[in-house]
Write a protein that binds this ligand. Sequence first.
Ligand SMILES: Cc1ncc(COP(=O)(O)O)c(C=O)c1O
Length: 381
Amino acid sequence: MSDVDPFFAISISSLAQRMKAEGKSVIHMEFGQPSTGAPAAAIAAAHRVLDTDSLGYWESHPLKQRIAQHYQDTYGVTVRPSQLTMTCGASPALVAGLAAAFRPGDVIAMARPGYVSYRNTVRALNLVPLEIACGPGTRFQLSAAMLADLDPAPAGVIIASPANPTGSIIPPDELAAIARVCAERGIRIVSDEIYHGLTFGDPTPSMLQFEPNAIVVNSFSKYFSMPGWRLGWLLAPPDLAARAAGHAGVLFLTAPALSQHAALAAMDCREELDGHLVTYRRNRQLLLDALPALGLDKIAPPDGAFYIYADVGALTSDSLAFCKELLTDTGVATAPGVDFDPVEGHRFIRISFAVSTPQVEDAIARMIPWFAAQRAKAAAA
Ligand SMILES: Cc1ncc(COP(=O)(O)O)c(C=O)c1O
């Protein structure tokens, strides 16, 4: 039987919900989800479809064509709609992609820290996770050199740029080098591009620009601000596409019809969606400016996504207890690093800034005296 670790942020969220039910003021910075809803045109499309469509099992060809167009427009990469499978978010896309491409026992490399589902999904499929410790030197990301050094070469690697929990990006030349090493060593790349569109500097390239045989997962949950609509996609190279679609179909049937109609409209709402990025940029800066006042100086400023992964090792060696205490005392909910890094995550917390700017300001005001008290406690101990 494969072991699946619990997602500790869920226990933080449950505590936050209980506090809210008791009338306490809570700021939800524990989950990586936009607090904004779907774009207005997507909601309008959904209203129209509810009255006119029977909403059966369905995969939208127009949406797949539109996504293929997006690859051409954004990355200059030609993708055929037949390479795409619509899924209930990036999560099942990852399951179907891994199941289609690998055999039980295959080793899949990934960065540690990394998104909680990677190691768990890999294990649940009877694949073997190989977590590679990544620190500030590579901005918590895998490098081509690390992959070149693995002996034997793993069957696959999961790349995430921008990454969860750090928001860090792999620079284009390093992505190209990773693609080269993987091609030479026969390592299949799975690229999680769920945070594309949410970058604070230059836009990040798709792995497909360097490796056309990469498997790509993506979703409407982040940039498109539609996490509860449960819609994403799996993009597989032509030789694997039918197998990947077969796995997704057998395991999950189709993605929600209503969401696919709405998503087609969402793809043309860039102005509204880029407005969220303006808010995230402001929130990011507010937090970066406030971190010294919290005594937190060991962070990698995020290049994308909406997270700050902060080293709180001077204050605790138990990030879960730390997050619980922070929440109970101040109402600010954050995620413990142990979700992302079972080895060193006990001294990190992840703060999501996908909330409103007044909420970020409020959270900072609550955290400053609390962190000062923790520092005083640590100094006295
Ligand atoms: C890096 C990463 N990949 C995949 C997912 C899964 O997202 P969804 O299934 O909502 O598309 C998440 C969710 O937070 C994530 O952070």
